[in-house]
Design a protein around this ligand. Structure first.
Ligand SMILES: [Fe+2]
Length: 398
């Protein structure tokens, strides 16, 4: 059964003006969004979606998820042996966190051709035949390296993305200012919400690091030669209005944290907790990052586990000060891409895995206390990192 309610289902009352007036009066206390929904106003007139549906549409919503895997950064022209160990796990869901292809173009014919190359990868083909998928993009499949809201082909790219990842016609996801999505899989007591914010479509430009006139490449070579870790080329954006999500998406995201779920997998294309890497991350947009922690606290949203990508290495980051409960960010990257230069991250809580890899989460729903195991496995099938965590530890402190 599909838990998603089409926005059209409440519009049949439009034809009876008296009933509509009554409903509007009765719902006045419920807030203007609900009234707008019953009045059948289109999303553009409302400025936002009406009362949040439980889940975006997906054919596998009824499935209880016990084995989940995720990954990102898959170069379509390279062999992708990582799918062997991914498929061997027999996952209930695979989450693509972006850079799923390296489009890097403003030519939409080129972008489509690169998606076709991913579709022709034998491992990916098998994955698509056997495993429910959800996907978010990052800069390279959005369109260009480190691109944000100024990328001129973003609307065309959005359509290609939604078509490639089989978003149903009529899905509310097709009406948004970006490709953000939220799903709730499984029955009450074992619900897994998968939140996929779009960190590209509305993003303010990055702020380059001040290097006193030096070129980043030359400066970076000096850092590495001196044995120092190499941060990326960006600094924190000091503009209070700077954002990755944009206000309309923020309003949507806040509502998603009200949706009941036991576990919330927050799939972020860039790292949520790493600080400070100098690469694209939530830490570059400090107000967005603060707001995210604040929303979790205000909504008493238990069960949040961050999943992230983009870095071309895997690691775990942990933050346990000034947060509603200890927060974990499992970074897996990339499915094909690798990076062997040390990057600073004061919240790093593990070794770095610099080889091609994927991330995974296993959920043991049996018994009183639900337990999570999560970790990183490399493209040869070797498990490289593993943790276990009682789900009860991801709960807002009283
Ligand atoms: Fe990226």
């Amino acid at each position: 059964m599909n838990k998603w309610r089409s926005p059209g289902t409440t519009r049949r009352h439009d034809h009876d003006p008296a009933r509509r007036r009554l409903l509007e009066q009765a719902l006045a206390l419920a807030g203007t969004a609900a009234v707008a929904a019953l009045a059948g106003l289109p999303p553009s007139a409302r400025g936002e979606e009406s009362a949040a549906p439980v889940s975006d549409p997906h054919p596998a919503l009824d499935r209880r998820l016990s084995r989940i895997a995720f990954g990102c950064c898959a170069e379509q022209d390279r062999p992708q042996p990582v799918w062997g160990p991914v498929l061997a796990r027999r996952n209930d869901l695979f989450i693509f966190l972006g850079d799923n292809i390296y489009a890097d173009t403003r030519d939409m014919t080129v972008m489509r051709a690169k998606y076709a190359k991913l579709a022709a990868q034998p491992g990916f083909r098998r994955l698509r035949e056997t495993t429910p998928l959800v996907a978010m993009w990052d800069d390279h499949d959005f369109g260009e390296n480190d691109a944000g809201g100024a990328y001129p082909m973003k609307e065309e790219s959005r359509q290609i993305f939604l078509d490639f990842w089989a978003e149903p016609a009529g899905s509310p996801r097709r009406e948004r200012d970006g490709v953000y999505a939220s799903y709730v899989f499984g029955p009450p007591g074992a619900r897994v919400q998968v939140l996929l914010p779009d960190l590209r479509f509305n993003r303010t430009a990055m702020t380059p690091m001040a290097l006193q006139g030096a070129e980043y490449q030359a400066w970076g070579r000096g850092q590495v030669a001196a044995g120092r870790p190499l941060p990326g080329p960006y600094q924190r954006n000091p503009d209070r209005a700077a954002t990755m999500l944009g206000e309309r998406q923020w309003a949507w995201l806040e509502r998603q944290f009200e949706v009941p779920a036991e576990l919330r997998l927050f799939g972020s294309s860039v790292q949520v907790l790493a600080d400070f890497t100098g690469w694209e991350a939530w830490a570059n947009f400090a107000r967005d990052q603060d707001r995210l922690f604040d929303v979790i606290r205000r909504k008493r949203a238990n069960g949040v586990l961050f999943l992230s990508g983009d870095m071309h290495y895997a690691e775990l980051s942990k933050l346990d000060v000034n947060v509603p409960y200890p927060l974990w960010d499992l970074t897996s990257s990339g499915l094909t891409e690798e990076w062997r230069v040390a990057t600073p991250n004061a919240n790093r809580a593990s070794e770095i895995v610099p080889d091609a890899n994927f991330g995974w989460i296993d959920i043991d729903w049996r018994g009183e206390a639900t337990t999570l195991a999560f970790g990183i496995t490399d493209a040869t099938g070797r498990e490289r990192l593993r943790w276990t965590l009682p789900l009860a530890e991801l709960a807002v402190r009283a």
